[in-house]
Design a protein around this ligand. Structure first.
Ligand code: TXA
Ligand code: MG
Length: 321
């Protein structure tokens, strides 16, 4: 199969209506879309990106009415959050009702479904023209950094999918914030551009133990702890996340190193990891941002790319690791 790259939404719609999968731009990262109501299309998504079978997909819709049509329970708080943050980088997990039309293949046997409205006109127009919602994980091969440019999708999925819609660079550059609502409270399952601070204007906000544990561990125990279970967003090179109180300590630590990210930013992190891989980097050093506000999501992606190889630059002596 020859993978085409263009901006022909009508072609995308034609393919999607025929049960094919198509890479589409969103404001966060590129998604690999298929008809959310068609089990065969969902199976194609999993095959194309070699996604582990137990990882459920996000359904992309044009608005809250479409969530209702999917047969999902909508608590008041979810409705308020959707009003404020959609279209945008907030994915909300909804419980299925007994009459839900979401196929098992999307939710992988869970009794809940993740949904968001992407803030991208190509994507929204495609959903409208299709007339059905689109399930879409990030359009990378499973385990590699999420794609933020058409060429990233092409590098991973060329020959595996028919079409990539070129929407240029993704504005945000990391995946959406994923939340679940329980007892009128918000729990963050994956940090993103919608921050805990932004959400806390609407409800009490907590962070899932899985995320907290890992970050907690870092502050108490700096020894490298490779967590293969959490391998994600990873380039081929070995990534070191560096805790440095000041620029000077960081500069000293990475002296002579070729592949260094001293001021990581959401828009460019994944692209830079991919570029370094192309240059056959064996080691990449990234300075960790402060774990607050927007830095929280970035910090989270960096330690995962680093598979928990953490170095503290302040104690720098003869042994840096
Ligand atoms: O920004 C984004 O969210 C991008 C764009 C394409 O929308 N999509 C994305 O999808 O990052 P994906 O599949 O790479 O990540 C979806 C995340 C996974 O961590 C998955 O486990 C979680 O959402 N998820 C999906 N359904 C869930 C559910 N019912 N309960 C808990 N977590 C769920
Ligand atoms: Mg992904």
């Amino acid at each position: 199969m020859n993978t085409i790259i263009n901006s022909d939404i009508n072609l995308a719609v034609e393919l999607l209506k025929a049960g094919e999968v198509v890479a589409l731009p969103t404001e966060t990262v590129y998604g690999l879309a298929g008809n959310a109501l068609d089990p065969a299309a969902i199976t194609k998504i999993f095959a194309a990106k070699k996604r582990p079978q137990d990882n459920p997909l996000i359904i992309h819709v044009t608005g809250i009415e479409m969530v209702r049509e999917l047969g999902l329970e909508i608590p008041d708080l979810a409705e308020r959050l959707a009003e404020s943050f959609w279209a945008g980088a907030l994915t909300i997990i909804f419980k299925k009702t007994k009459t839900s039309v979401v196929p098992m293949e999307v939710s992988r046997g869970l009794d809940s479904v993740a949904v968001r409205v992407p803030d991208n006109s190509f994507f929204l127009e495609t959903i409208r023209k299709c007339g059905f919602p689109l399930a879409a994980p990030s359009a990378n091969l499973s385990g590699s950094p999420s794609p933020t440019r058409p060429k990233h999708v092409y590098a991973d999925l060329n020959g595996r999918i028919p079409l990539i819609i070129d929407g240029g660079h993704c504005r945000i550059g990391i995946e959406s914030t994923v939340i679940i609502i329980k007892n009128n409270q918000v729990k963050i399952l994956r940090p993103g551009a919608i921050t805990p601070e932004m959400l806390s204007e609407f409800a009490h906000v907590t962070v899932d133990d899985g995320i907290n544990d890992v970050h907690q561990k870092l502050s108490n125990d700096i020894s490298p702890s490779p967590g293969t279970k959490y391998k994600h967003y990873s380039p081929k090179a070995k990534v070191y996340a560096v805790i440095a109180e000041n620029e000077k300590a960081f500069t000293k630590l990475v002296k002579g190193e070729q592949f260094v990210i001293s001021r990581p930013a959401m828009q460019t992190l994944f692209a830079r990891l991919r570029r370094f891989d192309q240059q056959n980097a064996d080691k990449i050093y990234i300075r960790l941002p402060k774990r607050e506000g927007i830095g929280f999501a970035l910090y989270n992606r960096i330690i995962r790319a680093a598979e928990f190889n953490i170095i503290r630059a302040d104690n720098i002596g003869t042994n840096n690791e």
